[in-house]
Design a protein around this ligand. Structure first.
Ligand SMILES: [Zn+2]
Length: 260
């Protein structure tokens, strides 16, 4: 063994053998390793893994959107980065209400042993959640420190009532993180309660189960029930972060009962 090592060192010193060969791996294998590493250019902060690309998602097959590991989409990854970047949101003992839980985020929150997690869903009884109506919740006021409500309100005709319920059950020092799909070209939210069939809604609102198209004024609707709204834009992340985590242009409303 020692003789073999001496021979290898001698070979390197006398430039008879490339270093890679002397240490037991070829230049070719090193090249394929670095190729594989450089191919993994996208990172999912929810399942903490690198991927060469994400899967397409949506009615139009939006490319490079869905994490192949945990199923997260761009908005989930932005929401997750926002939450873990602010320690006060997931502090020990924090009581969390997660509305229509996304499995990828639910799984991560449920494994954080120091938080008290509850998921609710109106229809989906497979979502590992209590079946509850967001416009009529059975919880006492001030019950939750963090409410997560991601892409839900655009499905609810009386969304003001749902927002009022979120404000009612939120602790005075708590936060509600709310996201809705915003039409970035639209200032005013458009809705028409006479449009009720899935096909008409698809035509009017771009989705068979949406009851409105939200514009930039949607934050005013949240404020109108007495919550303060801080708008967090994904464009505030660095270009590098958005590219690496595959995050598109989106906005998250960080809502509180007291001005923060
Ligand atoms: Zn993932």
């Amino acid at each position: 063994m020692l003789t073999d090592l001496k021979q290898r060192l001698h070979a390197i010193e006398s430039v008879e053998m490339p270093v890679e060969q002397a240490y037991g791996f070829s230049t070719r294998s090193r090249s394929s390793v670095s190729k594989a590493l450089s191919a993994a250019r996208y990172y999912c902060p929810i399942c903490n893994r690198w991927y060469s690309r994400f899967a397409p998602f949506g009615l139009r097959g939006r490319p490079n959107a869905r994490c192949p590991g945990c199923g997260s989409l761009e908005r989930h990854r932005f929401l997750w980065l926002y939450m873990i970047g602010r320690r006060r949101l997931l502090r020990p003992g924090c009581r969390i209400l997660h509305v229509a839980p996304e499995a990828c985020i639910q799984k991560r929150l449920q494994t954080r042993l120091h938080v008290k997690y509850l998921g609710i869903d109106r229809y989906d009884d497979d979502a590992n959640a209590e079946q509850q109506d967001l416009t009529d919740l059975p919880y006492l006021k001030n019950t939750f420190d963090l409410v997560i409500c991601n892409h839900v309100l655009e499905h609810i005709p009386d969304d003001r009532k749902a927002i009022a319920e979120i404000a009612r059950i939120l602790h005075p020092s708590g936060h509600a993180l709310i996201m809705v799909p915003i039409d970035r070209n639209r200032q005013s939210t458009y809705e028409d309660h006479n449009i009720t069939s899935p096909s008409e809604r698809h035509q009017a609102f771009g989705h068979p189960y949406h009851v409105r198209i939200c514009g930039w004024d949607y934050a005013d609707r949240i404020s109108s029930v007495g919550m303060f709204v801080l708008q967090a834009h994904s464009t505030q992340l660095t270009e590098h972060m958005r590219r690496m985590n595959r995050i598109n242009k989106t906005v998250l409303y960080d809502c509180t009962l007291q001005r923060s």
